[in-house]
Ligand binder design. Structure first.
Ligand code: HEC
Length: 147
């Protein structure tokens, strides 16, 4: 009895080690596909960036309304009241025509980091995310489709 108990304990003592080794081997074998998968995820850079540029207010009419006010208070002196301007490079009604599926991403990058060399200020740390996305919601609602 005593003898078999100590035998069982001896096996139990060895067993976790065996499990650990098996897990380590499995992890090593799984490591390759995991690395390949994470490389594949990195390869989708623009899509991943697009993920972060998803408007939380998409289709929200109230957000578009406050976005219009925020735009006219903050952006209109350079981009025109209600985003009507004669300066093509500042025309924010042409974002969809210009950037298509990358519109949200381009908007966010430009607003956060500005284009200091072109006279577009940096808004990161000045406007919060909600304000930026409300302005975007407004601009999305007034995109020109014909010119
Ligand atoms: C001091 C003037 C000024 C203000 C204020 C300003 N912008 Fe701009 N913005 C510019 C200029 C100039 C450009 C054009 C840069 C260029 O030529 O690429 C621009 C470009 C942009 C673009 C890129 C347009 C494109 O088609 O590539 C976006 C988006 C934009 N601004 C959004 C905003 C928003 C939103 C605000 C308000 C929060 C704002 N801007 C306030 C001057 C300004």
């Amino acid at each position: 009895m005593i003898h078999s108990d100590s035998g069982a304990r001896a096996i139990a003592r060895r067993h976790p080690g065996a499990v650990t080794r098996a897990a380590a081997l499995a992890a090593a074998l799984l490591g390759l596909p995991v690395i390949v998968l994470s490389r594949a995820a990195l390869a989708t850079g623009p899509e991943a960036a697009g993920e972060t540029a998803r408007n939380p207010f998409a289709g929200d009419a109230d957000a578009a309304r406050s976005g219009r006010t925020l735009f006219n208070e903050t952006c209109a002196h350079c981009h025109g009241p209600d985003a009507v301007t004669g300066l093509a490079e500042r025309n924010l009604r042409h974002l969809r025509l210009r950037y298509g599926d990358r519109m949200a991403e381009t908007f966010l990058t430009t607003v956060l980091h500005g284009r200091p060399d072109k006279g577009m200020p940096t808004w990161q740390g000045v406007l919060d995310d909600a304000t930026i996305w409300k302005i975007y919601t407004y601009l999305s609602s007034i995109q020109a489709s014909d010119d």
